[in-house]
Write a new protein. Structure first.
Length: 367
């Protein structure tokens, strides 16, 4: 099947916030174009996407990343066969999974936890539990691995799985998520706060607690892409296009939750560009290598820069299959032939789904 990629470029304004902190509690930053920018790590936004999936309570969308695989599988075994004692179920799972055993796949410590986080879909947990129950001591390593490579949840299919103890269980990620960076220079700011003890005497002096929180404000450029063919391999041909749509919606609407109770920075993107390509993904962050300078907001100039950069990249790459834009701003495009406006997120998802379905079906008919 020929290459098929989906690029997502988002401009996202944020007021005072500290949604992704470093080890000292400061908002993460990066030096780009010679100046300090606000940064939100890719891991942080992937976590936000998984949390968005999880709010739907849909096991097809989200699995679990945990060291407690033994606990989850043994618990499921007892649910399936209530005559089985929990301790006996745990022993069976350890026997099945422990690397030192003939059919094991991962190291398990004395507390029955895996040595590293293991990503599993809930269907995989169910099937491993049923397989161990059905086969007792007659377990087959190859069959166990087949179960753990099938029925991936969408988050597992998108973001992949690495099993250092057994690379045969690795799943190559179908999506790449860039660190979000501000389109302009930022200046760190500090909120000095105090808290009073409600029960202290009226004539008492001073606060019961003092502190500071570092924050900044920014307009972020966010980027992600999806290798549709890899997603088909990981998630199934019949599910892949729906999976892209679910990821697109979640990536647009999700936000890392750091210090939300303090800053309530629950903003929406101001501009979304979705590009469907056959040659290669393209991150357009280079539009902002020269930081935007403004005293009247950054969004409008960021949109102009982004669209100009998109047009410039066409000197190097093929013209995409489609390029859709959803914007809260009234904008005049550099070239109307390069951008197809949509009037809402539902329309965007419908158009992306339509184009991808057609592309996937065309390639399928040529296989």
């Amino acid at each position: 099947m020929k290459n098929l990629y989906l690029d997502i470029s988002i401009l996202h304004p944020n007021p005072a916030s500290n949604m992704n902190r470093d080890d000292a509690g400061s908002p993460k930053t990066v030096i780009y174009g010679g100046v300090v920018r606000s940064r939100v790590s890719s891991q942080s936004w992937k976590r936000a996407v998984r949390e968005y999936f999880n709010r739907n309570k849909n096991d097809k969308l989200v699995g679990t990343r945990t060291k407690d695989a033994v606990e989850l599988i043994s618990k499921r075994m007892v649910e399936i066969d209530n005559s089985l004692k929990k301790d006996d179920a745990v022993k069976k799972v350890v026997e099945a999974l422990k690397k030192e055993n003939k059919h094991g796949i991962t190291k398990i410590d004395k507390n029955n936890k895996t040595s590293a986080l293991l990503m599993l879909s809930y269907k995989q947990i169910d099937k491993v539990a049923q397989y161990i129950l059905n086969n007792g001591n007659d377990l087959d390593e190859k069959k166990l691995k087949e179960i753990l490579m099938d029925d991936n949840s969408l988050d597992l299919a998108l973001f992949g799985r690495m099993v250092a103890d057994d690379p045969e269980l690795n799943v190559d990620a179908a999506a790449q998520v860039a660190h979000a960076v501000s389109t302009h220079e930022i200046v760190p700011e500090y909120d000095y706060y105090s808290a009073l003890d409600d029960e202290q005497p009226d004539d008492a002096q001073g606060a019961a607690m003092l502190g500071t929180i570092e924050f900044n404000s920014s307009t972020l450029y966010r980027y992600a892409n999806v290798n549709v063919n890899e997603l088909i391999y990981n998630f199934g041909r019949e599910n892949a296009v729906e999976g892209v749509s679910e990821f697109l919606k979640a990536f647009i609407l999700s936000m890392p939750a750091g210090k939300q109770n303090t800053f309530a920075n629950k903003t929406l993107p101001g501009y979304v560009m979705v590009t469907i390509r056959k040659d290669t993904p393209v991150n357009l962050v280079s539009a902002f290598e020269d930081p935007i300078k403004s005293h009247g907001g950054y969004m409008k100039e960021s949109i102009k820069r982004l669209e100009k950069e998109y047009a410039n990249t066409l000197k190097f790459v093929e013209k995409p299959i489609a390029n859709f834009v959803l914007s809260l701003e009234d904008i005049k495009h550099l070239d109307d032939d390069l951008f197809e406006d949509v009037d809402g997120i539902d329309s965007l998802l419908d158009k992306v789904t339509e184009v991808l379905n057609e592309a996937v079906q065309d390639e399928s008919s040529n296989d």
